[in-house]
Write a protein that binds this ligand. Structure first.
Ligand SMILES: N[C@@H](CCC(=O)N[C@@H](CS)C(=O)NCC(=O)O)C(=O)O
Length: 232
């Protein structure tokens, strides 16, 4: 059994998709980052960086419990544990790995900042919004270019790279992006949405509740490390 410390964000969704695809039994433990659950001493023992997702695999290496944080590390761990959804041939593996890195170091942080500035920044953040909007569009164009040449992001087969990236593209409308001029991305997006494991993951995410909708100004300040929570 795997314990997944989670809420509903794309970084968590990718692990729920993966656990469904790998058909590994798991149990979701809610960490409501809007309430500050990520800062409890118990949670910080699992991830000193205070972020979800985290897994505890009760059947880890040597049959012992093993904790993994960082969504990319979790995906690689699950792929290695099961021997599935990541090529083992070295050239194929590193072809896929570089696109996984694009998700982890580009798409996640840039889409996340764009969403932050769009939804939560005070007035007067025009420069930041314009910068992140352009970077988001640049990354969508890159995905389109890749998917014009390759059936899936990591190569010819569906891999953890697609599981990592797909949840971030679910919010394309909120990111002010349409797929009209991104036909290969649209084809890829629909193919993944139709996978039974992905449909199960989406249904599972919909059952997770959070105080996000009713978050107070203090909840938001703590989450975003601003106001009285800013570190000078
Ligand atoms: N690089 C991390 C990012 C994880 C992350 O940003 N998690 C957010 C939710 S999506 C979080 O837990 N934020 C709480 C905080 O920053 O205090 C990963 O890929 O796992």
């Amino acid at each position: 059994m795997i314990d997944l410390y989670a809420l509903t964000s794309p970084n968590v969704q990718k692990i729920i998709v993966a656990l469904e695809e790998f058909a590994l039994p798991y149990n979701i433990i809610s960490v409501d980052v809007w309430k500050g659950d990520q800062f409890t001493p118990e949670f910080l023992k699992l991830n000193p960086n205070g972020k979800i997702p985290v897994i505890v695999d009760h059947d880890g290496p040597g049959g012992k419990p093993f904790t993994v944080f960082e969504s990319g590390a979790i995906l690689l761990y699950l792929a290695e544990k099961t021997g599935r959804f990541m090529p083992t041939d070295m050239a194929r593996k590193y072809e896929a790995m570089q696109w996984l890195m694009i998700q982890l170091t580009g798409i996640g942080p840039i889409f996340g900042q764009w969403t932050h500035f769009k939804l939560f920044a005070p007035p007067g953040s025009d420069y930041s919004m314009a910068r992140f909007q352009t970077q988001v569009r640049r990354l969508y164009d890159l995905l389109e270019q890749r998917l014009a040449q390759s059936a899936y992001l990591g190569g010819p087969d569906y891999t953890i790279v697609d599981m990592a990236t797909w949840p971030w593209t679910r919010n394309h409308a909120a990111q002010d992006v349409t797929f009209d001029k991104l036909p290969n991305l649209a084809r890829w997006f629909d193919a993944i949405a139709q996978r039974p494991a992905v449909a199960r993951a989406v249904a599972k995410v919909a059952t997770i509740t959070s105080v996000r909708e009713t978050a107070t100004d203090d909840n938001k300040d703590r989450y975003f490390a601003r106001g009285s929570y800013a570190r000078p």
